[in-house]
Design a protein around this ligand. Structure first.
Ligand SMILES: [Zn+2]
Length: 817
């Protein structure tokens, strides 16, 4: 394979020479593939290209990462097309309205979404060079949009790590350190989010900035370049089942067309590949599905290698796999994709237009209502996807009721949001909103349910008829700029959303003292629920800027504070009662490092810094045992494998910490460390799996295994909303269950729980797994000494998108006392 690469390079330098642009090897000063290229060098190369081929390349910076690295897009086409780029774009988008005569193919190539799958950015540099030198004919009717690195922070993390540890020359021994990245790997972004799970939820800054450009183009073809295990041959389209039912016949067929073209090149070189296995098209937040649900041919290409392979490694069959070998495969499929696009521009344009024709989906309208803040949060997400919505008229709507799975009739008002599938993004609406996704196969390795009304905690009806509505550009309720009455005794607001939580966080950071009500109360005719915030003038009398500061913070968070001139309530407890208690300005720490799951640590980290905006100390496992924990009020233990980390001595220390008033939040796998005789009260469910099916043909074992699986399904759970952990909730919560871990109810403090015979309201759950989780804990609080341990069997901050779970986390921080 090494020789083939050299042949290719020679070919380029002999025949395809351009007078003005340098090849990556010439520009970088080393043969491409013999070293890793750091991101700033990649940026320099793309700048070089755009400067010296400015007639055929337009380069833009579309944003910056958390670590301030630039995010780039290069538009590559013929000089004529680049000159007319804007009119090509607008003509292309007209097709989404059934208009126009677009005739150019639009291909978007995304590289290195997983930072340590580092071959693809190297391949991107050679690919742009070849498009401009040897494959120029493709560009006559094709616009290539290239993102050379979606995840620069992760990529540089990997490359810098690799160079710290690599041997010189590199060592192909798989045991060598250069092939073992460790906990802080380069795959995710700065906050350790997987950007290839974030296309639909847009929780990360990279995704938020990219989606704006993506929606301006909606390409015919989108390719996401990846790497997989070292020993795997190359994977390309067509994808594996399950496909979402909205995937059209043409989209399926064109995956074959593309795959066939790649196979031609791979067969000619004797390169191994596989198709139609493993990588499915269901979960909507991937770089292949999201483009597919927006009318494109979305594909994942996977080269063997990833963070293990380095510059070269011995495979299990004794071959040596080098960076150059890996790179040439991605160059080949990238160019082959553009070739297919160039050869099929007519059908791509016709079918793209067809995709956007009105589709007769079963549900024509989704009608949602609920808490203002949650509605606003959903509207914000819809805006980013350019999904439109309107306000309902006074009346009623009948249809599938998400709460009970039955047909119900709901009243509608102008505060009910109507989202119709009869709109440009109608297919995406169906995928994100429908109550239950049809599964052509249960064997998928990702979640099978994500329906947004459940994720956002909103009441919803799916209607089979189109519900009329008044179109609105934005949902946000007008900001209240009213000045607060100066002489009020107290200022009050309810407690129901992440917006309220951010408001509280801001108050605490600004040293404003806040109380909360442990009992519901009525004052001046207005009812307040448990958890409502009470900001007393008397508590803040030493703060000279109290009113000014409170006003500013309330305006910033759009909080409409009520004012009261008395502490006397008509119903409930007066403001001087012990049932109205001060919210502590807690110091919070989270464990990171080896025992924790990198992704869940990242979810907690991101939650604090970018969602709640509250400080958190990160304590690494390396030195954790030497820290005096009494400096922290709350310790968070993310999901992980703690069996060798929490030994008898540490367990005793953690118990003492809680005994003395500390609070531990144990998430998913961390709970395991506390069960048993020496631990806390928590007990694992003792469940014996049905063993009647043990005599199975070997080939059936994988299928049989799904009986025990829940990869991600939504369950209706019961909530004790009188408990501080559940302030702001009602008696039902829809939880995204990610596994079959099962714990018994606690004697006291079972707050959120599954009842007997739980069935998913959305998604797939295996028959044995469902039996196992009947009557088990979801979230609970165990009182111990002066402190508490809070158990989170499900993950309320999963991928940052389960909006309605987040208040449980905030309650665990501030309300549970
Ligand atoms: Zn990947």
């Amino acid at each position: 394979m090494k020789n083939l690469f050299i042949v290719l390079i020679l070919f380029i330098s002999t025949f395809g020479i351009s007078q003005t642009i340098s090849s990556p090897s010439e520009f970088l000063g080393y043969e491409l593939g013999s070293e890793f290229t750091r991101h700033h060098e990649v940026v320099a190369y793309f700048n070089h290209i755009s400067k010296n081929a400015s007639d055929r390349v337009k380069l833009i910076e579309y944003g910056k990462t958390n670590e301030r690295r630039p995010l780039l897009l290069a538009y590559i086409s013929s000089a004529e097309n680049i000159e007319n780029l804007e009119s090509i774009r607008s003509e292309h988008l007209k097709a989404t309205q059934g208009q126009g005569n677009a005739n150019k193919s639009i291909v978007w190539l995304s590289y290195n979404v997983h930072g340590n799958e580092s071959t693809s950015t190297e391949a991107a540099m050679q690919t742009i060079y070849e498009l401009l030198t040897t494959n120029t004919s493709y560009l006559e009717n094709t616009v290539v949009i290239m993102d050379p690195c979606i995840n620069p922070d992760g990529r540089d993390r990997y490359v810098n790590w690799y160079y710290q540890y690599k041997n010189t020359p590199f060592n192909i021994d798989p045991n060598s350190k250069e092939h073992h990245e460790g906990w802080l790997n380069g795959r995710p972004n700065h906050y350790m989010f997987d950007l290839n799970r974030d296309w639909a939820w847009l929780t990360q800054i990279e995704s938020q900035q990219r989606i704006k450009l993506y929606n301006q183009w909606l390409p015919h073809i989108h390719v996401d370049f990846h790497e997989q295990g070292v020993d795997n041959p190359y994977f390309f389209a067509p994808a594996a089942e399950p496909f979402h039912e909205v995937v059209t016949d043409f989209q399926r067929a064109f995956q074959e067309t593309v795959g066939n073209n790649h196979a031609k090149y791979f067969d000619a070189q004797g390169w191994f590949y596989f198709t139609k296995e493993v990588f499915d098209l269901l979960y909507p937040s991937y770089g292949d599905t999201y483009p597919t649900y927006n009318g494109g041919i979305g594909m994942t290409y996977e080269q063997g290698g990833s963070g293990r392979a380095g510059l070269g490694i011995t495979t299990s069959i004794g071959d040596v796999l080098t960076l150059k070998d890996r790179m040439i495969h991605h160059i080949t499929t990238g160019l082959s994709t553009v070739e297919v696009a160039a050869n099929h521009s007519k059908v791509l344009n016709e079918e793209f237009k067809k995709f956007y024709q009105h589709k007769n989906f079963k549900y024509k309208s989704y009608v949602l209502s609920g808490d203002d803040d949650k509605m606003n949060a959903l509207a914000h997400l819809l805006n980013q996807h350019e999904i439109t919505y309107g306000r309902a008229k006074s009346g009623s709507v009948k249809g599938y009721d998400y709460r009970n799975g039955k047909t119900s009739t709901h009243k509608t008002t102008s505060n009910s949001m109507v989202i119709s599938t009869d709109q440009t993004k109608g297919t995406l609406v169906k995928v994100l909103m429908e109550p239950n996704t049809k599964l052509s196969d249960s064997l998928t390795y990702d979640i099978t349910a994500w329906s947004l009304p459940y994720a956002y905690g909103l009441d919803a009806i799916a209607s089979e008829s189109k519900v009329s509505a008044d179109a609105v550009d934005n949902w946000n309720i007008p900001i209240s700029n009213k000045t607060l009455p100066e002489n009020a005794l107290a200022y009050l607001t309810d407690w129901s959303s992440m917006n309220d939580a951010r408001f509280l966080s801001d108050l605490l950071k600004n040293k404003i003292r806040v109380r909360h009500a442990k009992e519901p109360f009525t004052i001046e005719g207005k009812e307040f629920r448990r958890g409502s915030l009470i900001i007393n003038r008397a508590d803040n009398k030493s703060n000279p800027n109290f009113l000014k500061s409170l006003t500013e913070i309330a305006q910033k968070h759009h909080i409409n504070l009520a004012a009261s001139n008395t502490s006397w309530v008509e119903k409930g407890k007066d403001f001087g009662s012990s049932s109205v208690s001060m919210i502590p300005h807690n110091k919070v720490a989270v464990l990171s490092g080896a025992p924790t799951n990198t992704l869940q640590f990242g979810e907690v980290w991101h939650f604090f810094e970018q969602q709640l905006e509250y400080p958190i100390a990160v304590l690494d496992a390396d030195y954790f045992k030497g820290i005096n924990l009494s400096a922290y009020d709350i310790l968070i233990l993310p999901n992980g494998n703690y069996s060798s980390f929490i030994d008898q001595e540490l367990l005793a220390n953690l118990k003492e910490y809680v005994q003395n008033g500390g609070k531990i939040i144990a998430m998913e796998g961390a709970i395991n460390a506390f069960k048993g005789d020496d631990g806390f009260q928590i007990q694992e469910r003792d469940y014996k799996t049905d063993s009647t099916a043990t005599l199975l043909p070997y080939a059936a074992t994988e299928r049989e295994g799904i009986k025990n699986m829940i990869t991600g399904a939504i369950f209706k759970t019961k909530v004790d909303h009188t408990h501080p952990l559940a302030y702001g909730y009602d008696d039902t919560y829809f939880s995204l269950k990610l596994g079959q871990d099962a714990y018994e109810y606690l004697d006291r403090g079972t707050v959120v729980y599954l009842e007997n015979d739980p069935q998913p309201v959305s998604g797939f759950a295996g028959s044995e797994a469902k039996k196992k989780i009947g009557n088990t804990l979801v979230f609970g609080v165990e009182e111990y000494g002066r402190g508490q341990i809070i158990y989170m069997v499900d993950n309320p901050v999963f991928r940052g998108f389960w909006e309605n779970g987040k208040l449980f986390f905030v309650n665990a921080l501030f309300m549970v006392q």
